[in-house]
Design a binder for this molecule. Structure first.
Ligand code: HEM
Length: 482
C-alpha cells in the first residue's frame, strides 16, 4: 500500500514538473529567467536539504549584472530584485502597486480571527487597520513601556546571578534561547496583556508552555483555541474597557478604537518612514469608523501577532546578540564600558539613557544585519507594473521577492523591511532588545562554552531565521545583586 502510494506520488511529481510546469509557463518568463530546478528541486526544499537562503545566494551569484530576474518557483513564478533603486521603488515610491504580501499560511476557516493578523490583511482593510493601530507604536507609547523592560530586566538579572551563585564554578551555563525567552515572555505578558506571567521564576510556567506551543507555526491554528480557553482567561479577552489605564497594547488598541490615540505626528516618524508615509492618507477616519475597523476580532488578532513577534523575533535577536558578544570579547568590553557610563545606581536605564548608547545601537544593528529575522521580504503586485528605466515588467498578482540574507550591497540593510508595510513593532523591538543586551553586559561576562558552535549555523524554516536549538553560553557575574 505504502509502495503504491509512493509510486503514485513520484509519478505525479514527475508529470507535474516535466509537462505541466513547462507548458503553463507564462510568456513573460523570458530571457530574465534563472533556472534553479536542477540545483534546488522542490523535493530538496521540502526535505530541508537546501534552504531558501542557499537558493537566493545561488540566484544572486548567477545574476551577474542583472538588476532583476524571474525564478520559476512553486506555486507560480516570482521576480527577484537585486538592484537597490528598484527595491526602493517597490517598497516606497511605487508602493501603491505593491501593497500586499504573499500569504505565509492559509487558514481554511474564513471566519478565523487569524485572517485578521495585520501581516495577512490586504488592500484597503490593511491600510485602515495599519493606520488605526500605528499610533500604538509612537515613541511616547514605547517610552511608557520602558517601565516593563527595566522591571523585568532587573528580575531577570537577579535570577541569573542566583543561578551562577549556586554553581560550584560561580558561573552559570545557560541554554541561550530558553533563558532569553524568560525575559521576553515576561515583557510581552506585561506589555501586551498587562499581566504577570511568572516565567522569570519558573521557566516552565503555564504561560511559557503555551507560548512555546504557539511559537510552533505548525500549530498556529491552535492559537486561538488554546488561549481563549476558560483555564486561561486573561489572554485575548477584551476587558480593559473602563477607566483603568494600563501600559499595555491591549489598552492602547482599545484607546485607538475610541479614537483617543493621537495620530502619528511627523515627529514620531524616522526619516525612512516620513518618506514612506502612506500617500492615500485617509486620516479623516471618524471615531465611529475606527470602531468598525478595530472590531474585537481585529484587536484579538493584533494581540496574537504582537505576542508572537514580541516573543519569537525579539528572543532570536537578543540570543544572536549574546552569541556574537561571547565570540567578540573586545566588543563586549567596549559595550560594557559604554553602558557603565550611563546606567543609574539602581541598575536601571531609562529611554533617554538608551538613546545615548550609540555603540550599543551599532552592535545591535550589526547583529540584525548578520542575522535578520526574515530571510526574504515580498510584495504582491496589485496592477501591471512597468519600470521604463530597467525594463522590468511585473504582471498583476505576481510576487516580487527581496532576499534579505543574500549579499547584495554593503549599503543594503532590511532587517525590519521597508516602506509603509515595514515592521510596525520595530521601535518596540529595538528598545526591548537593547535594554536586555545592556542589562546582560553590565552584569555579566558572556563567554562561549566548549559546546558553543562556531560558526553559528542559523536554522531557516520557510523564510524565517531561527537560532539553533541547544545553544549554550556561560555567564559570570560582575557585580553583587541587591
Ligand atoms: C527583532 C524583532 C523583529 C524583527 C527582526 C521583525 C521583522 C519584521 C519584518 C522583516 C517584517 C516584514 C516587513 C516588510 O515586509 O517590509 C515585519 C512585519 C511585521 N512585524 Fe515585525 N519584527 C520584529 C519584532 C516585532 C514586534 C515586537 C512586533 C509587534 C509588537 C512586530 C509586528 C510586526 C507586524 C504587525 C508586521 C506586519 C506589518 C504589516 O503588514 O503592516 N514585529 N517584522
Amino acid at each position: 500500500m505504502l509502495v503504491a502510494f509512493v509510486l503514485l506520488f513520484v509519478t505525479c511529481y514527475l508529470f507535474y514538473n516535466l509537462f505541466l510546469v513547462k507548458s503553463s509557463k507564462p510568456k513573460w518568463l523570458g530571457e530574465q529567467e534563472i533556472n534553479t530546478s536542477a540545483s534546488f528541486s522542490t523535493l530538496d526544499m521540502l526535505l530541508g536539504r537546501k534552504t531558501v537562503v542557499d537558493k537566493d545566494h545561488h540566484i544572486y551569484n548567477s545574476m551577474g549584472t542583472k538588476k532583476f530576474c524571474v525564478v520559476d518557483e512553486s506555486p507560480s513564478p516570482i521576480i527577484l530584485l537585486k538592484d537597490l533603486d528598484l527595491i526602493k521603488k517597490v517598497f516606497i515610491k511605487d508602493f501603491d502597486y505593491f501593497t500586499d504580501r504573499r500569504d505565509f499560511f492559509t487558514v481554511s476557516d474564513k471566519k478565523s480571527v487569524l485572517n485578521k493578523l495585520l501581516g495577512m490583511l490586504k488592500g484597503e482593510e490593511w491600510k485602515n487597520v495599519r493606520q488605526t493601530v500605528s499610533p500604538t507604536f509612537t515613541t511616547g507609547k514605547i517610552r511608557r513601556m520602558m517601565v516593563h523592560f527595566n522591571g523585568v530586566g532587573q528580575q531577570w538579572v537577579k535570577m541569573l546571578a542566583e543561578k551562577a551563585k549556586e554553581s560550584p564554578t560561580g558561573s552559570a551555563k545557560i541554554d541561550v534561547l530558553s533563558t532569553v525567552n524568560q525575559y521576553t515572555l515576561e515583557v510581552i505578558g506585561n506589555s501586551v496583556f498587562g499581566m504577570r506571567t511568572g516565567t522569570i521564576q519558573d521557566p516552565n510556567s503555564i504561560f511559557a508552555q503555551k507560548a512555546g506551543r504557539m511559537a510552533n507555526m505548525d500549530r498556529i491554528t491552535d492559537i486561538i483555541k488554546l488561549n481563549l480557553s476558560p483555564r486561561y482567561p486573561q489572554i485575548f479577552k477584551i476587558t480593559v474597557e473602563g477607566d483603568v489605564k494600563q501600559n499595555d497594547f491591549q489598552q492602547l488598541l482599545i484607546e485607538a478604537r475610541k479614537g483617543e490615540l493621537k495620530a502619528l505626528g511627523s515627529d514620531d516618524l524616522d526619516s525612512f518612514e516620513k518618506e514612506a508615509e502612506i500617500r492615500d492618507n485617509n486620516s479623516n477616519t471618524k471615531f465611529s469608523d475606527k470602531s468598525k475597523i478595530l472590531t474585537d476580532e481585529v484587536i484579538i488578532a493584533q494581540g496574537v501577532v504582537f505576542f508572537l513577534a514580541g516573543f519569537t523575533a525579539v528572543s532570536n535577536f537578543i540570543s544572536f546578540a549574546a552569541y556574537s558578544l561571547a565570540l567578540h570579547q573586545d566588543i563586549q568590553d567596549k559595550l560594557r564600558e559604554e553602558v557603565g557610563r550611563v546606567v543609574k545606581e539602581d541598575g536601571s536605564l531609562d529611554y533617554d539613557d538608551l538613546a545615548q548608547l550609540t555603540y550599543l545601537d551599532m552592535v545591535a544593528s550589526e547583529v540584525l544585519r548578520k542575522f535578520p529575522g526574515a530571510a526574504r521580504l515580498d510584495r504582491v503586485c496589485m496592477k501591471d507594473y512597468r519600470d521604463p528605466e530597467t525594463g522590468l515588467f511585473v504582471p498583476k498578482n505576481t510576487a516580487v521577492v527581496i532576499p534579505v540574507h543574500a549579499e547584495r550591497s554593503p549599503y543594503s540593510y532590511l532587517p525590519f523591511g521597508q516602506g509603509p508595510r515595514n515592521c510596525i513593532g520595530k521601535r518596540f523591538a529595538i528598545i526591548e532588545s537593547q535594554a536586555a543586551i545592556a542589562n546582560l553586559v553590565h552584569n555579566f561576562r558572556i563567554d562561549p562554552t566548549e559546546k558553543t558552535p562556531v560558526p553559528l549555523q542559523a536554522r531557516f524554516i520557510a523564510a524565517q531565521t531561527f537560532l539553533p536549538m541547544d545553544l549554550e553560553l556561560m555567564l559570570t557575574p560582575l557585580r553583587k545583586q541587591t
